[in-house]
Design a protein around this ligand. Structure first.
Ligand SMILES: Nc1ncnc2c1ncn2[C@@H]1O[C@H](COP(=O)(O)OP(=O)(O)OP(=O)(O)O)[C@@H](O)[C@H]1O
Ligand SMILES: CC(=O)C(=O)O
Ligand SMILES: [K+]
Ligand SMILES: [Mg+2]
Length: 474
């Protein structure tokens, strides 16, 4: 086999434009590591088909792909519009209604009965990730009459944001738990929790997963001010985080996004938890064959900020060029990754200094790995890992070598598909001989290649990673 040409993980959302066998295979070949199913859209039937196709394609191509299920959460949405869309013009009067009607010129149905209670005259309402802006003029029991401030084309089921409203709802809804059950039954690997406000929201999902004897890697989506404020506790409760810039860019002043992105990524990377950057990364490729300069630069900068993974949404869900979009991300990643040490925010040699000088065995091992990599020209870092933790700890330092992770557990392997520079393999036993056999068998290494292997040799009761071995492949 050949390892991917890029170490940054690429997440692609599967939707009407990509939910067929051929496109899914092409997405995998182009470099998709994780397929995202957005349960805000589509039916269980469609998602079920997507899951089956992805699993089959991944098997056929011999390329691991993890499944990320994204929960809808408390997002308020536009209902169904006649013909799928309506035009909104500046200064026009439009009525948002909670009645169950199809939308048309001047009338927009809202899928949330208490919507009129959330707003008062003078409030600003954002539609479609903020592309369309309305000002509230009048509120009645079932209607909110607005004036269009910024117009545009509105599509069915687009999101509605009212940044200052206190939404009197739990972040994780009853509907979310039904979907979570579907994800568990259908063997999804990673769950994305939308509109997390505090660690409590994450722990509720964790408890539900545990009660169902399931295991899902839990990603907290940071997309409202509360989540930014409570980021540290959310990060420690979750397995990974997503900077969901679509909603975050409406819920917070948009100009704060760039610095926020850098700060949050840095914290997540240091904690050894994958950081995903999402939304509008190659937005113009939804309709164009090539991205803008600004988009290419955005992807590259997210990588230099230290992101583990970059995500495509409508580009691959409903866009005209889903495969080209993934291919483009892979190209940008490949061209950028080599410059991490000189231009990046997460630099191995600087980060090494953040490891406590008086710390745990793991700290000592991590430090030794980095020292060793500076001295020898190793081909790979070979890491047996039970929970994925060791592989993620090493990934934090973004070595230029691939970290090949070996685990007995399919779920752990799939969760590692989110971590920068880690390529996971499922093995029956994680002893050295088997690992060497696997990599030689796959043609990844040849005799006399130098490799660095981490091990957990029993010391008293400890069986965590406590040993490194550097040797040439026999
Ligand atoms: N099955 C589908 N999966 C994903 N997106 C879809 C699907 N069908 C239609 N779409 C469109 O593609 C866009 C994808 O963007 P994205 O996945 O970011 O969703 P979103 O609506 O912005 O919601 P969220 O903030 O929950 O992710 C959606 O806004 C929607 O208009
Ligand atoms: C991905 C997502 O939910 C957002 O950007 O808002
Ligand atoms: K969602
Ligand atoms: Mg969102």
């Amino acid at each position: 086999m050949r390892l991917p040409s890029h170490k940054t993980k690429i997440i692609a959302t599967i939707g009407p434009a990509s939910n067929d066998r051929r496109t899914i295979e092409s997405l995998i070949k182009a470099g998709m590591s994780v397929a995202r199913l957005n349960f805000s859209h589509g039916t269980f039937e469609e998602h079920k088909k997507a899951i089956k196709r992805i699993r089959e394609a991944s098997k056929k191509l011999g390329r691991r792909v993890a499944l990320l299920g994204d929960l809808p959460g408390v997002k308020i949405r536009v209902g169904k519009l006649l013909g799928g869309k309506i035009e909104l013009r500046r200064n026009q009067t439009v009525t948002l209604t909670t009645e169950d009607v199809e939308g048309m010129e001047g009338i927009i149905p809202v899928e949330f009965k208490d919507f009129p209670k959330l707003v008062s005259p003078g409030d600003t309402i954002y539609l479609s990730d903020g592309f369309i802006v309305l000002k509230v003029v009048k509120v009645t029991e079932k209607e909110v009459v607005c004036k269009v401030i910024v117009g545009g084309t509105l599509y069915s089921h687009k999101g509605i944001n009212v940044p200052n409203a206190r939404i009197p709802l739990e972040a994780v809804t009853e509907r979310d738990f039904e979907i979570l059950e579907f994800m568990i039954e259908n063997d999804v690997d990673i769950v994305g929790i939308s509109f997390v406000g505090s660690a409590y929201d994450v722990l509720k999902v964790r408890r539900f997963i545990k009660e169902h004897n399931a295991r899902l890697f839990v990603v907290a989506k940071i997309e409202r001010p509360d989540a930014v404020r409570n980021f540290d506790e959310i990060l420690s409760a979750a397995d990974g985080v997503m900077i969901a810039r679509g909603d975050l860019g409406v819920e917070m002043p948009i100009e704060k996004l760039p610095i926020l992105q850098k700060k949050l990524i840095e914290k997540a990377v240091m904690a050894g938890k994958p950081a995903i950057v999402a939304t509008q990364m190659l937005e113009s490729m939804t309709t164009e064959k090539l991205p803008t300069r600004a988009e290419v630069t955005d992807v590259a900068n997210a990588i230099l900020d230290g992101a583990d993974a970059v995500m495509l949404s409508e580009e691959t869900a409903v866009g005209k060029y889903p495969v080209d979009a993934v291919r483009m991300m892979a190209r940008i990643a490949r061209a950028t990754e080599g410059y991490r040490e000189s231009f990046g925010n997460v630099r191995m040699l600087e980060w090494k200094e953040k490891i406590p000088k008086k710390g745990t065995i793991k700290d000592a091992i991590t430090r030794s790995i980095i020292e060793a990599l500076q001295v020898i020209d190793a081909r790979y870092i070979l890491t047996p890992t039970r929970s994925g933790y060791t592989a993620r700890l090493i990934s934090r330092f973004r070595p230029k070598q691939w970290i090949l992770a070996f685990t007995r557990d399919e779920k752990v392997a799939n969760s590692l598909m989110l971590s920068y520079g880690v390529y996971p393999f499922v093995v029956e036993s994680d002893d050295e001989a088997e690992i060497l056999q696997v990599i030689k068998g796959l043609g990844l290494a040849k005799e006399e290649d130098t490799v660095l292997l981490t091990k957990g040799a029993p010391v008293g009761k400890t069986v965590g990673t406590n040993t490194i071995r550097i040797f040439q492949v026999p």
